[in-house]
Design a protein around this ligand. Structure first.
Ligand SMILES: NC(=O)c1ccc[n+]([C@@H]2O[C@H](COP(=O)([O-])OP(=O)(O)OC[C@H]3O[C@@H](n4cnc5c(N)ncnc54)[C@H](OP(=O)(O)O)[C@@H]3O)[C@@H](O)[C@H]2O)c1
Length: 303
């Protein structure tokens, strides 16, 4: 086994690198910028802009991975809404280049996708439920998924790992996440304005990395739903963080999504049915009360 990871500077990418190191799995880490993860040896790292098609094809042929875990993407949903062409290039076109390269060397191709492929009217969702993307970002992920699902060559050696609000910390991450924000704001007594009409099952990044690597190790194919164990409204997710910190008198004001004026439309109620991942991957993710102490430890380790 030899895994090529894209987006290795990102939150999930760093956790997959960590898992590969811990379990002695041979890997190649790639990302657009210089390596920002000091725990990833430079000898394993290749700087790779996925929009440089020739370089992508060459690296895959040179390295001959047995699997590619494709975490890299434009992940800022509102940015994608305002930059649809760039979003399409990074999230769809580069996925096709990588997928074709994987096929060329007979490697497994694992695509990271999102709960936003659904419209959020009927969550929690099973893998086979009908998609209905509401935003440019969501559409780009559906289009990338369809490269595999509707492949005219009928190549079977692929998987899609869909996930929901990934949280955790790492080295030099380019963006924050809801739990980091809550950990910072709640103890200071800062007012947090949170929507109560969007339900999500946030995912501890280490649990997600476990699921992503396990798909490859167990030679699984097809779609997998990988998220946290409980879907709650966003305000209650943050209240759980407050409980884990043993804080009383949280300053949380609930608001409606309509008042946010975000560029991209969000699905109201997602969450996944995890039965398939539990059965085939032994995926048993942790809930917020368990992960917050781990996140606090990580904040010391990574900063
Ligand atoms: N985070 C979430 O809440 C969430 C929810 C649902 C689904 N997902 C999906 O899960 C995956 C991983 O998410 P994440 O939170 O780990 O992402 P992230 O932290 O935003 O990292 C994304 C990585 O993609 C890399 N990248 C962007 N453009 C690139 C390009 N042109 N060439 C090469 N690399 C490029 C960046 O590399 P550099 O840093 O080197 O520039 C970055 O490290 C993504 O596919 C995302 O769509 C995430």
């Amino acid at each position: 086994m030899k895994i090529l990871i894209t987006g290795s500077n990102g939150l999930l990418g760093q956790k997959i690198v960590k898992r590969c190191i811990k379990h002695n799995i041979p890997f190649i880490a790639t990302s657009k910028g210089p390596n920002r993860n000091p725990e990833c040896p430079e000898s394993n790292y290749f700087r790779l802009d996925l929009l440089q098609t020739d370089e992508v094809e060459q690296l895959v042929v040179d390295q001959m991975p047995t699997a590619i875990i494709h975490t890299a993407a434009l992940t800022n949903v509102d940015y994608c809404e305002e930059h649809p062409e760039e979003c399409h290039q990074v999230n769809v076109v580069s996925s096709k280049v990588l997928y074709d390269a994987a096929k060329g060397v007979n490697a497994h191709f694992e695509l990271l996708s999102t709960d936003f492929v659904f419209d959020g009217e009927n969550g929690p969702y099973k893998e086979e439920d009908q998609v209905n993307p509401l935003s440019v970002y969501a559409r780009s992920k559906v289009d990338a998924e369809n490269l595999l699902l509707e492949d005219p060559d009928n190549y079977q050696n692929w998987s899609i790992a869909r996930t929901i609000i990934v949280y955790g910390t790492g080295f030099g991450l380019s963006r924050s996440n809801m739990m980091l924000w809550a950990l910072e704001a709640l103890p200071k007594g800062e007012l947090m304005k949170l929507v109560d009409d969007q339900f999500r099952a946030p995912t501890w990044a280490d649990d997600l990395a476990y699921g992503c690597v396990e798909i490859v190790k167990r030679n699984q194919t097809g779609i997998f739903h990988l998220c946290g164990p409980v879907s709650r409204p966003i305000n209650q997710i943050v209240e759980e963080v407050g409980k884990a910190l043993k804080l009383s008198n949280l300053r949380i004001e609930t608001i409606s999504s309509k008042t946010l004026n975000q560029a991209a439309k969000r699905p109201p109620r997602t969450g996944f049915d995890l039965s398939k991942a539990e059965k085939l991957l032994d995926y048993h993710p942790m809930d917020i009360q368990e992960t917050i102490p781990l996140l606090q430890k990580d904040l010391i380790h990574y900063h």
